[in-house]
Design a protein. Structure first.
Length: 189
């Protein structure tokens, strides 16, 4: 998506550990008009699949999924919550995720009542790096026996292993911008 690449080049800033900050439009301030363009793009890419629900992870995924949903007929959005790993609750699906940006492991959970067997689920997230967040969501959805129709990512860091891991799970991956390297400057694939 050329407009996304232009925006990343114009507004993105680099941090240590290969972190790209896009706080001006995606992760802190949100450019709603642009999010709608992202919604149109995801809808075009997933036009041939039935989507009953969009699943994402808090926090940044929520805004993206909420706007993108409106381009998929206002399907419900469910976001996995990040929890402390103490009390086990029978009413939730749980999985573990290692956070790339925070350098620690945490649990994610979704209440069982919000995901049904055979429901067609599109997973969405802002970034794909090593794939931990996406694989955690995939694990939850497989526990629920849902049907994962694809994974949509706004910014894929293709030099990390996340994309390969999702594809090797046999899932369709659509990333709107693919970054080849962040070594001093941003280079797209
Ligand atoms: P993964 O789980 O694929 O290793 O990392 C993806 C998650 O980490 C995303 O949900 C995102 O919140 C965060 N993340 C990974 N890399 C970056 C980055 O370069 N910039 C930002 N802003 N978030 C990132």
């Amino acid at each position: 998506m050329q407009k996304l690449k232009d925006k990343i080049l114009k507004e993105g800033t680099l941090r240590e550990n290969n972190i790209l900050k896009v706080d001006s439009f995606l992760n802190h301030q949100i450019d709603i008009a642009f999010m709608n363009e992202i919604g149109v793009e995801f809808k075009n890419r997933f036009s041939n699949v039935k989507v009953d629900k969009i699943v994402t992870i808090e926090a940044s995924g929520i805004a993206i999924a909420s706007i993108v949903s409106q381009h998929f007929g206002n399907v419900p959005v469910v976001f996995a919550k990040k929890t402390e790993s103490k009390n086990l609750d029978n009413e939730v699906y749980k999985s573990k995720v290692y956070s790339y940006t925070k350098g620690k492991e945490y649990d994610i959970m979704i209440a069982k009542k919000y995901i049904s067997e055979n429901e067609n689920i599109l997973i969405l997230d802002d970034f794909l790096a090593n794939g931990a967040a996406a694989l955690g969501l995939i694990d939850l959805l497989r526990q629920a026996k849902a049907n994962i129709v694809g994974v949509g990512i706004v910014i894929e860091k293709s030099f990390q292993v996340g994309a390969e891991r999702i594809i090797s799970e046999g899932l369709r991956l659509e990333s709107l911008a693919k970054i080849k390297s962040l070594d001093g400057k941003i280079e797209f694939k």
